[in-house]
Design a binder for this molecule. Structure first.
Ligand SMILES: *Cc1c(COP(=O)(O)O)cnc(C)c1O
Length: 442
């Protein structure tokens, strides 16, 4: 037997769930390392989340100046909170299960500018970098009106600097669009999964796109190396970045505001259970950690991954984090959910959420398209496949027995199930029609 095969056998005997994962079955992993009163050692503080939010608000005048679609919201990049009753009814029918409590969707596919959850982390890190450079060179102070960053003199200044990022697509879009708006020279290293229209859209804005016939980890690695050799170049490192994580976490403050407006309580009788699509882990990890910081102990969370890309599940279950890739366990990393096509998880997110996350489940690609179709038909919302990974979370939490073992009947009635939609509004109409058609049959 080859070494590789032996290693897979060893992993399977230690973690039997891996056999099912290799067979292409959907699995639900409940986190047995979760601590009831976990230590307060998340990588970010509530104060830092507030600072990040304040920074984004300083940039609002700049954003309205360069992205007219943000004018109405005053330059605040935010998405609506939607109650999805029709989708809830469909999920109940499709799975022959009732979903007790209410079901909301945080519609990050509608985030302006980048059209995906990456608008939170990616834009934040680029804006923070631009602010630091401008302040360092005496061109800006935090008391000034940031719309001045849109003028020619500032663009000329930023054109002396480069940004680079490795991406499966959406992070590249978010960094590329924001970087180009400021005048940075921007390079996006794209993995083979990245969709053609994402590359075209970036090139149209003057962003350099380098393609790799390899997976996402490789695109990141190459990008990181090339950037290190380039003068004045800043690499946005999806596998390690705390700034991205912080950008994502600000979602919690915005959600708190929306909950207050809608009179949605989060307390012992009304647990908040969130279901987040997971790629490398930065977006779901940052959002979940933010929610824990802002709402506290009554927040529960599950990450959702494609059957063929369960990198966070593997990293958490084995405790090996970024020391294991899905290929090491004999899983192929083939999924239509391009935003989640990641073989190796972030170096720090798994460790950050290990004490608090409730579990990770995997979903078959075919179902992502069925949900995509129903979401378009029943709710009129157009999501990309990755964005639907979490949608059956409330059902999975139930059939795994997790809900019943954690909550009384009355708590289950008061529960707020929140699925996070992560992208889709920039998908070209022709491609969306094809994807909707693909999910026609079920
Ligand atoms: C990037 C992305 C995710 C997951 O974010 P990670 O930080 O990679 O875990 C989910 N959905 C979509 C559409 C994405 O683009």
């Amino acid at each position: 037997m080859s070494n590789e095969k032996q290693e897979i056998k060893r992993l399977e005997s230690q973690w039997p769930l891996i056999s099912a994962m290799r067979n292409g079955e959907e699995v639900t992993w409940i986190n047995d390392q979760k601590l009831k009163n976990g230590p307060d050692d998340w990588p970010i503080t509530l104060e830092e989340i507030h600072e990040a939010d304040a920074r984004l608000r300083r940039f609002a005048p700049f954003l309205t100046a360069v992205f007219p679609e943000t004018k109405e919201a005053g330059g605040i990049i935010e998405s609506p909170l939607l109650e999805i009753e029709h989708m809830k009814a469909f999920l109940e029918k499709y799975h022959c299960e009732t979903i007790t409590g209410c079901l909301y969707m945080k519609a990050d596919h509608l985030l302006p500018v980048a059209g995906s959850v990456k608008a939170r982390g990616g834009m934040y890190e680029v804006l923070k970098h631009a602010e630091s450079l401008a302040i360092e060179h005496g061109l800006l102070s935090t008391e000034e009106d940031y719309s001045k960053l849109a003028n020619e003199e500032m663009r000329a200044f930023f054109s002396n600097y480069s940004l680079a990022v490795g991406s499966t697509g959406n992070l590249g879009l978010s960094i590329g669009i924001t970087g180009a708006a400021l005048g940075f020279r921007t390079t996006v290293h794209m993995s083979t999964d990245a969709k053609e229209w994402k590359k075209t859209r970036l090139r149209d804005r003057g962003v350099e796109v380098i393609e790799y016939a390899d997976d996402y980890s490789r695109a990141v690695e190459e990008g990181r190396e090339l950037s290190a050799k380039t003068k004045n170049s800043f690499f946005i490192d999806d596998e390690h970045s705390k700034e991205l994580f912080l950008g994502y976490s600000t979602a919690a403050l915005r959600l708190q505001e929306q909950f207050q407006k809608e009179n949605i309580a989060v307390d012992e009788d009304h647990p908040l259970i969130v279901y987040l699509p997971c790629g490398v882990g930065g977006a779901p990890g940052g959002i979940f950690t933010g929610l824990k910081r802002v709402f506290g102990e009554h927040v529960y969370g599950f990450f959702a991954e494609p059957v063929q890309a369960p990198c966070m599940l593997l990293g958490l279950m084995t405790g090996l984090h970024d020391q294991i890739a899905v290929q090491d366990a004999g899983i192929e990393l083939k999924t239509e959910a391009d935003g989640l096509a990641v073989g190796r998880p972030s170096s720090f997110v798994g460790k950050a959420v290990a004490n608090d996350l409730d579990g990770v489940f995997t979903v078959l690609d075919d179902k992502l398209f069925i949900y995509l179709n129903q979401m378009a038909k029943l709710e009129g919302e157009q999501l990309e496949p990755s964005a639907l990974a979490g949608i059956e979370g409330p059902v999975r939490a139930k059939v795994s027995g997790w809900l019943e073992s954690h909550f009384t009947d009355s708590q289950q009635k008061g529960a707020v199930h929140l699925v996070w939609s992560t992208g889709g509004s920039l998908v070209p109409e022709e491609e969306m029609i094809v994807m909707i058609k693909k999910g026609e049959q079920y």
